[in-house]
Design a protein around this ligand. Sequence first.
Ligand code: PEP
Length: 252
Amino acid sequence: MRKRIVAGNWKMNKSFFEAEELIADIADALEEMELDNREVVVCPPYVYLEMATDIAEESRIRVGAQNVNDHESGAFTGEISAPMLKSMEVDYCIIGHSERRKYYAEDNAFLKRKVDTALAHDLKPIFCCGEVLPEREAEQHFKVVKTQMEESLFHLPADLFLQVVIAYEPVWAIGTGVNATPEQAQEMHGYIRGLIAEKYTPDIAETTSILYGGSCNAKNARELFAQKDVDGGLIGGASLKAEEFIQIVKSL
Ligand code: PEP
């Protein structure tokens, strides 16, 4: 059975004390819950990871980074490597978020190198893919997502691909308050699962968790997560309030 995951992407938000309070509140709420095959991940800014992993150690929260460098070490001022993250007990890292694609010109070939470095150090990528609005309007969204998968992920051998979580995040839905409809999400998630089945095997496709991201919140999560190929969500804005984030976890 594939894992169902809710992951919070805090982006560049929160002071240290606010971040500590948020993760502690999430940890407290999870203590009362049966998680079964559900996993809860928080992705705070780098500088809060140590605090987050300390709290997470005592709880059932998993911690992810929002980014990782494509090199293992060296003269890359200001950057953070996969071995550093692993040495801090970080389990996941977001790779290919549309904000990094847009503001830092990260393309599919570059993201492929990040995926490789992360996996070489046992960090699980949460790999984001998705189209911008003009691409959807031009009915190019399937082609765009297929190319992102092919150019950044499909070189992986099956055992490594199995470590990857996919997040379908239509860029027009991120931070806009306009989520994909459950039908639009299911259509793309089913398509992605089909691509994986074709490239690898139907079993591997069935095992891969595919999350939806883009204005997912406590109101719409249940309907989105009810779609058969939607295995949870990557949550931005709505992950910044413990109560709302927990409501989303409960919708899984
Ligand atoms: C995101 O940035 O990954 C995201 C899904 O953001 P939001 O939920 O705010 O749309």
